[in-house]
Design a protein around this ligand. Sequence first.
Ligand code: THU
Length: 157
Amino acid sequence: MTTTLTYFDHLEDLDSESKYLVHKAKEATAHSYSPYSKFCVGAALMLDDGTMVTGANQENAAYPLCMCAERVALYTAAATHPDRKIIKLAVVAHKKNHKELTPAACCGSCRQVMLEFEQRQHKSMEIIMLGPDKRWTKAPSAASLLPLGFSKDSLEG
Ligand code: THU
């Protein structure tokens, strides 16, 4: 299975499905609750029947309780469409009161959670983000973003 990341200089260079997901993730930033970081993140994922599920980061005055947009979307998908597989996820961010997108690579915790989703569904999901080098980056799987990730395999046997 490939672990090669693909880079695109312009959003227009992505395939239409990915562009649509990015658009939906951008829309989802409207529901970010981020009064502390003022960093609005949106995520959109597509299920294997074409259903779209979105999420936005949700913060709390007790900072460690903040939840990333990706995990809001992933857990919503699991709770509302438990029999579906996630095939693709896009995440974008902008600073409060700024329209233009700012680079936001998925954090390590989200990569870990995505990894377990892949293992649960026996299928990898594509992940699209605007990387730190300001290039659109497409990863073929969560596993490609988290080499040597911890998994339930370690707990068994
Ligand atoms: N955040 C996300 O939603 N996704 C990420 O992958 C990185 C960080 C959120 C968490 C917090 O609300 C804000 O961005 C600043 O860290």
